[in-house]
Design a binder for this molecule. Structure first.
Ligand code: FRU
Length: 917
């Protein structure tokens, strides 16, 4: 739309510009007029204007010099500067104006001289009458009028102007034919009536009476006439003038009135001047000299002349009126043309808009068509989706049904497992078997618990879950459930307490369901709280006194914000290591609390702790009649109730942690699954000292502290994965020698390769056979032992022998270098060596023992003796000197040690060898 308006604007502007272009004159004509104040000049101007209206391309500018020659000169200069296309000059005086005319010509401006001439013939063209001829005509006329005798007084025009000079010359020449006619005086009238009138009296007084006054123009003759009339002497003179202008104050009128005896027509030539200018500007042929005719006007022809000129005047007036009308018409035409253009422009816009609207309509129709098709497609797709959704619903329903049925089927075998296990547990069996049985029992119970949860879900989904409440003391109820966790709390040094503001709070609740909820919350709290932590259950009444609030709080691991957001979502388990059970428990808890018209919420922060808040309404108004049990039903329920989950909290039998020192080898077990860890520990600790870690980070720090003989680590571990742990251990001088067995459920070849690349010695896939693992553990330890023997034998001969493992070799080299360097120092201790190697004393001790097979001290003594042996054989040093050199504080102690080790005293050793040599 905006674009269209812009187009319209441009169109209209264009039309207006065409308009103005049409009106604009192509040629500018400058007219330097000597004066514009008299009727003759005004008649000339009127004619010019009338004529120029037929030449729309011409523009006329008239500058009036008011009889001032220098002003006229300035006007001409201005026109030249302005660059007019043509110059018209009527020189006030011939001489001073001539050079300016020539200058204009030099600048390429054509110049038309009118009426008065310059002093040269350098001009483009001339228009005017022949003043010499007029003078002559006048002279001859006067000669005849005076009958060849008389006195004449001549009134001059401006002496410097060409008409005055020419008229005088012609007049005088003609009078030479009349011997008795004399020009007795002259008056300088300067072409002006008033000047002639004022100067005449003086001359008149001097010359006295004359017969005739010849004035160079009619108005000066009139001036003299008026003066003579004022003194009553006008009848004595004859008056002759020049111009013969028509109109009320022209020469024709004066002749008619008898003021003048005669006048000589001097045409103004306005029309001719314009026509000539047009020819010159349009480069048409023209005449240089355009002489206008003159004639005498006196009483004989004045009437005819007047009639003619009056007629001409009337016609001119009518022409002027017509021109005015034409101008008006042109104006109307132009404004109508503009209107027409606007209308045309408007029409064009309307047509364009119409076309655009048509296009838009077509587009819209097309879009509608597309939309209708799309809509149909969408409806079709929606129908299909609905169909698929129905199918999926059916399939899900069938799956759930199957799942529920299977779950249900699990219950019987699980019960059948649990029964005999209980029996066996009660019987007199060994501690090991008891532990196994307990493990079976715990896991069977867990399965049972999961199956029950699944079935509860189905009931809730099918709206078959019914609330069966009775009014009970909820404080006592919470205490009962909490008591199941007491032993576990004790064992793990967790501060666990139940606090209640009122000692008793009667609430209508479904014991079975609330038991499940609280049990679930407490299980989670214990699961995610570290040993030595704090867990509490607080029971309070709301400020509004209409709700009981149960708060289960711990200072354990807490949950991430994301986990908190989804805590009650069904099947949401968060990331692997932070899940709260199976993800079923909390969702189910929420459903159970909702059945009670209560609420459950969680506030938790990572590594700070978790708080679950349950609010239950007091009273029974919110419950349906069928949701409240009758007295006898309740008793029956209580009898049946066995707090199903409570049995799950079986605290493992006290672990018989045997002193590490009693067993030869130490195994570090890094496994996050508590049960698997317990299972392996229980078996391995029969033969090895077992150190445990539940995650990678702890495992790594224990490995550095303890430097075990073997490490068994899971791959999937919290904090640091098994592969990373292995790689770190194998890169560290302190633990590089320790064999690592990686356990994982992932049985892919890539995993195995990765495992081996990390430096692991063995890779065992779950599920594994314990016996297999045990055999592998044993064989790895044995092969380590063999290596150790090899190192120790190697080191006793030469410390620089190659060791199979690069890092072990590095250790041996560094270790022997430190010892050799400090052999002379009797105070050299394990501490000094450890410090030089950047290890702790215990680490050095374990490392040296595992690689070399004997203690640091033993090694140092052996090294001292070995060097002493060398010195005894290869030097002249005395035994006392050698004892000092190899760091024995006294020669006696050196001799004893040497004899103990080599079976011979140093002196005997030296003597026997010297003799041999
Ligand atoms: C008008 C006029 C005429 C005369 C002419 C001479 O200004 O004085 O009367 O004939 O000029 O140039």
């Amino acid at each position: 739309m905006r674009k269209l308006l812009a187009c319209l604007f441009v169109l209209v502007a264009f039309m207006f510009s065409c308009e103005s272009m049409e009106q604009e004159a192509s040629y500018t004509i400058g007219f330097a007029q000597c004066t514009g104040g008299d009727a003759w000049r005004q008649a000339m101007h009127d004619e010019m204007r009338r004529e120029i209206s037929f030449y729309p391309e011409l523009d006329l500018i008239i500058k009036d010099a008011n009889n001032n020659t220098s002003l006229q000169a300035e006007h001409i200069r201005q026109f030249i500067r302005q660059g007019v296309d043509l110059l018209i000059v009527s020189p006030n005086e011939a001489e001073p104006i001539t050079p300016l005319v020539e200058e204009a010509l030099e600048k390429g401006i054509p110049v038309i001289i009118v009426d008065r001439r310059t002093a040269s013939s350098f001009y483009t063209a001339y228009v005017g009458a022949d003043n010499y001829e007029i003078g002559k005509l006048a002279g001859n006329y006067v000669g005849e009028l005076l009958g060849g005798q008389g006195k004449v007084l001549e009134i001059w025009g401006l002496k410097g102007s060409s008409p005055a000079q020419d008229r005088h010359r012609g007049f005088v020449e003609a009078l030479q034919g009349f011997k008795d006619i004399r020009v007795v005086a002259e008056v300088r009238g300067e072409w002006e009536k008033e000047i002639a009138k004022s100067r005449f009296p003086d001359v008149y007084q001097q010359v006295g009476e004359v017969d005739l006054v010849f004035a160079h123009n009619d108005v000066m003759a009139l001036g003299v006439y008026e003066y003579l009339k004022s003194i009553g002497q006008e009848k004595k003179f004859k008056f002759i003038g020049v111009d013969g202008l028509s109109g009320p104050s022209g020469g024709l009128q004066f002749v008619t009135e008898g003021i003048l005896d005669a006048t000589f027509l001097y045409p103004t030539g306005g029309e001719e001047i314009i026509r000539l200018a047009s020819k010159i500007l349009h480069k048409e042929p023209y005449d240089k000299e355009n002489i206008l005719n003159s004639t005498v006007i006196d009483s004989r022809n004045v009437h005819i002349m007047k009639q003619q000129t009056d007629k001409i005047l009337t016609q001119q007036k009518s022409i002027e009126r017509q021109q005015e009308k034409i101008a008006e018409q042109i104006e109307i035409y132009q404004s109508q043309r503009v209107l027409l253009y606007i209308l045309l422009g408007g029409m064009v816009v309307i047509i364009i808009l119409g076309a655009l609207a048509g296009l838009a309509l077509r587009e819209k129709q097309e879009m509608n068509r597309v939309l209708v098709t799309k809509n149909r497609e969408i409806i079709k797709q929606r129908d299909e989706i609905e169909k698929m959704a129905r199918k999926a619903d059916k399939a899900t329903e069938a799956k759930f049904k199957f799942f529920t049925n299977i779950s249900h089927e699990f219950r019987t075998p699980l019960t059948l497992i649990l029964g005999p296990v209980d029996d066996i547990l009660r019987s007199n069996i060994s501690t090991d078997l008891k532990k196994d049985m307990q493990l079976i029992k715990n896991n069977a119970n867990r399965l049972l618990h999961l199956v029950t949860q699944l079935m509860d879900f189905r009931k809730i989904e099918n709206k078959k879950m019914k609330l069966q409440t009775a009014e009970r003391d909820i404080v006592a109820f919470v205490h009962t459930i909490a008591s199941s966790f007491k032993r576990l709390a004790q064992k793990r040094r967790i501060h666990f307490a139940v606090e209640s503001k009122p000692e008793k709070v009667k609430v209508y609740f479904d014991a079975d369901k609330l038991d499940k909820v609280l049990f679930n919350l407490l299980s989670n709290a214990f699961k995610f709280t570290d040993d030595g932590g704090v867990i509490s259950v607080k029971i309070t009444i709301s400020d509004t006194c209409d709700r009981v609030i149960l708060m289960v709080e711990d200072n354990g691991r807490g949950m991430s914000a994301e986990h908190v957001k989804h805590a009650f979502d069904r099947f949401y388990t968060g990331d692997v290591y932070n899940n709260l059970s199976t993800g079923l428990g909390l969702s189910l808890s929420k459903e159970f609390i909702s059945l009670h018209k209560g609420e459950i919420a969680v506030v938790s922060e990572r590594w700070k702790g978790t708080r679950f808040v349950i609010t239950l309404p007091l009273g029974k108004e919110h419950l349906q009649a069928e949701e409240i049990l009758l007295q006898e039903q309740e008793e029956e329920m209580v009898a049946l109730a066995s707090l199903p989950y409570a049995q799950e909290i079986e605290v493992e039998a006290a672990e018989g942690v045997e002193a590490a020192a009693q067993k030869q080898y130490t195994i570090l077990l890094i496994e996050d699954n508590e049960e698997l860890r317990g299972f392996l520990k229980q078996r391995l600790q029969k033969e090895f000292t077992v150190v445990e870690a539940p995650d990678g980070l702890l495992g790594l720090s224990l490995a550095f502290d303890v430097v075990p003989d073997l490490i068994i680590s899971d791959i999937m571990l919290p904090n640091k994965g098994g592969l990373e742990v292995t790689a770190t251990l194998k890169k560290d001088l302190r633990t590089a020698h320790v064999p690592v067995i990686l356990l994982t459920a992932k049985d892919s070849i890539e995993q195995k390769i990765e495992g081996i690349q990390s430096g692991a010695d063995l890779y065992v896939t779950k599920p594994f056979n314990y016996q297999y693992l045990y055999e592998r553990v044993k064989s790895l330890i044995q092969s380590r032992e063999r290596l150790k023997d090899q190192y120790s034998s190697e080191i006793s001969v030469d410390a620089s022998l190659a060791a199979p493992k690069q890092l072990d070799k590095k250790f041996i080299n560094a270790f022997t270098a430190v010892v050799q360097k400090n052999l002379a120092n009797p105070q050299l201790s394990a501490n000094d060596i450890a410090e030089s190697l950047g290890m702790s004393r215990v680490q050095l001790y374990r490392k040296a023992k595992s690689i070399l097979g004997y203690s640091i001290n033993d090694y140092v003594v052996k090294a001292r003796l070995k060097k002493a042996k060398h010195l005894l054989l290869n030097s002249d040093h005395t035994i006392t000197e050698i004892a000092t050199e190899v760091g024995f504080s006294s020669p006696a102690y050196f001799s004893t040690a040497f004899k103990n080790h080599f079976g011979v005293s140093p002196s005997d050793f030296k003597a026997s060898h010297t003799v041999k040599e």
